[in-house]
Design a protein around this ligand. Structure first.
Ligand code: RTP
Length: 148
């Protein structure tokens, strides 16, 4: 089954949206494979967002992302990467449809609550960066037989 890296950004944690976001992925039928609350350092975030380092908003993005703890998660299921992005909504919350996480809870592109891997390849890199040798669990959920 496909895995994706989903991260609740500092504003999502501070606004008390961790439970809400986890709940949406659980209710959809995805399986939580790893989760931790961490305060990432600047170098770690610069690596995560390495492809954006030439963007004018990069310094502000790093400052925002180091402003508090984030909730790092791995979610697993059929088409988890693409579906995870659909559930998050567009990068700019004002362009996100109601019913998506950003469309329901955010306004500003610089405070858009959550991150989701944009491809299976990035998901693999991001899971390795955020979880490294730590265990991403493999287990059976009996409800899976009712989801698939
Ligand atoms: P993410 O990586 O956070 O899931 O976001 P994304 O793929 O939808 O968007 P990306 O273009 O990779 O941008 C990463 C994050 O940078 C911030 N951003 N600010 N114009 C701006 O001020 C601007 N544009 C992007 C957002 O936090 C975005 O999620």
């Amino acid at each position: 089954m496909e895995q994706t890296y989903i991260m609740i950004k500092p504003d999502g944690v501070q606004r008390g949206l961790v439970g809400e976001i986890i709940s949406r992925f659980e209710r959809r039928g995805f399986k939580l494979a790893a989760m931790k609350l961490v305060s990432p350092g600047q170098a770690h975030l610069e690596e995560h967002y390495a492809d954006l380092k030439e963007k004018s908003f990069f310094p502000g993005l790093i400052k925002y992302m180091t402003s508090g703890p984030v909730c790092a998660m791995v979610w697993e299921g059929k088409d988890a990467v693409k579906t995870g992005r659909v559930m998050l909504g567009a990068t700019n919350p004002l362009a996100s449809s109601p019913g998506t996480i950003r469309g329901d809870y955010a306004i500003d592109v610089g405070r858009n609550i959550c991150h989701g891997s944009d491809s299976v390849e990035s998901a693999k890199k991001e899971i390795a960066l955020w979880f490294g040798q730590e265990s991403v669990l493999q287990y059976t959920k009996s409800v899976d037989a009712w989801v698939y």
